[in-house]
Design a protein around this ligand. Structure first.
Ligand code: ADE
Length: 389
């Protein structure tokens, strides 16, 4: 799921999507959606019981992470940080450690900042209105609307990738996912549904649920769809073609050398810079280069002797990072201008926030650790791809 950009003021009439028709009979469509959701909704931990805080945590986690992965992380996070006050008072490394496996650690930092703002500005209670929610750090129009409508019934629309797809198909609008004009059009359609409906939170969540479980990308399962009768794309036989897929972003390829220095006295770890990918997380000493760099030459900048032990490609949203893993056979120096590396006992690694890629590099080097989620085998020969962050 991805977060939609807010509708800028004065953006009507739609510049490119003006020819897209509306979703017809929004009242009947919302009635059918609500009736379906009340019987077909998945049982998800943040739905029972519901609260502003549980909705906030789950919605932030669900941004670009699959539901199956969020379920376990959500229960763990809520057990550790049961409310905004506990989360606000926690040290950042604890919050990042609890976020492991979800990727996009910037979101964890923003959630932490939002908890602090909730304590400072709202006495520790997650605010109810979309306007107040949107004023919190890291909370955009979509997340604010999800919490305000689902938990408090506020009549505000929401649009994410799943909702955009459902709306495009209902109206047979040949929009392209990710195009601003398609997004603006989708916000308008979601607005007319939420105005016409009986229960805004139910309509909104039903749209998301339908997109996640029935009206899926590629071939939707129209036989199970409660609004198939009202779907213009289906009537035209275009449900598999509408909407058009997102234009692929230009990808960058990077090559990083990882020096794993592990022995009886522990594993050497350093902190990443405060900004950028995996900001402030811990990792085995890593030298970052481009696809044109020789990995051994990168490793040599911080260590005199090492053995190459394997590599893998880690796929993030905008780049492919080839991790070339070396076992250090001589002391590893600190990165210039950064905190000195520290030694961490192998049994204590889980107490530190390491990215999935850092865990994987340790695995490739034969350091007996497992990733915090289901362990996957790491291949020794040649790059192989992983897609988490
Ligand atoms: N994706 C993000 N939030 C969701 C929700 N509340 N229901 C279904 N899918 C979602």
């Amino acid at each position: 799921m991805s977060i939609r950009t807010p509708l800028p003021p004065g953006s009507d009439p739609l510049p490119d999507a003006g020819s897209f028709g509306p979703v017809s009979d929004p009242k009947a469509v919302s009635e059918a959606l609500e009736a379906w959701f009340r019987v077909a909704a998945r049982r998800l931990p943040w739905r029972d019981p519901r609260s502003g805080y549980r909705a906030l945590v789950s919605e932030v986690m669900l941004q670009q992470t699959q539901v199956s992965r969020v379920i376990e992380a959500f229960e763990r996070f809520i057990a550790r940080f049961p409310g905004p006050a506990v989360l606000a008072a926690a040290p950042e490394p604890d919050v990042l450690a609890a976020w492991q496996g979800l990727g996009y650690y910037r979101r964890a930092r923003l959630l932490h900042a939002a908890a602090r703002a909730i304590v400072e500005r709202h006495g520790g209670e997650v605010p109810a209105s979309a306007a107040e929610l949107e004023a919190l750090p890291g909370i955009g129009r979509y997340t604010a609307a999800a919490i305000a409508s689902i938990v408090h019934g506020e009549r505000v629309p929401l649009v994410d990738g799943n909702v955009t797809r459902v709306l495009c198909r209902l109206a047979d609008a040949p929009g392209r996912m990710g195009d601003p004009a398609t997004e603006r059009w989708a916000w308008r359609q979601a607005g007319s549904l939420v105005q016409a409906c009986a229960a805004p939170g139910v309509t909104n969540e039903a749209l998301m649920e339908l997109g996640a479980t029935v009206c899926v990308p590629g071939t939707p399962d129209c036989a199970r769809c409660p609004v198939a009768h009202a779907c213009a794309a289906r009537a035209a036989g275009r449900q598999g073609e509408v909407p058009l897929p997102k234009r692929p972003a230009r990808r960058r390829t990077l090559r990083w050398a990882v020096l794993v220095d592990a022995g009886a006295d522990g594993v050497l770890l350093e902190r990443r810079p405060e900004r950028g990918l995996w900001a402030s997380m811990m990792q085995p000493p890593t030298v970052e280069g481009s696809e044109h760099d020789d990995p051994a030459a990168l490793a040599r900048t911080r260590c005199e002797r090492f053995d190459a032990v394997g590599s893998f490609v880690h796929v993030t949203s905008h780049r492919d990072v080839e991790f070339c893993v070396f076992r250090a056979r001589a002391p590893v120096s600190g990165a210039p201008g950064r905190e000195a590396p520290v030694r961490v006992a192998q049994g204590m690694l889980g107490a530190h926030a390491l990215s999935n890629a850092a865990w994987r590099a340790l695995e490739v080097a034969g350091v007996g650790v497992r990733t915090p989620r289901a362990a996957r085998p790491a291949r020794r020969a040649g790059p192989n791809a992983s897609t988490d962050s």
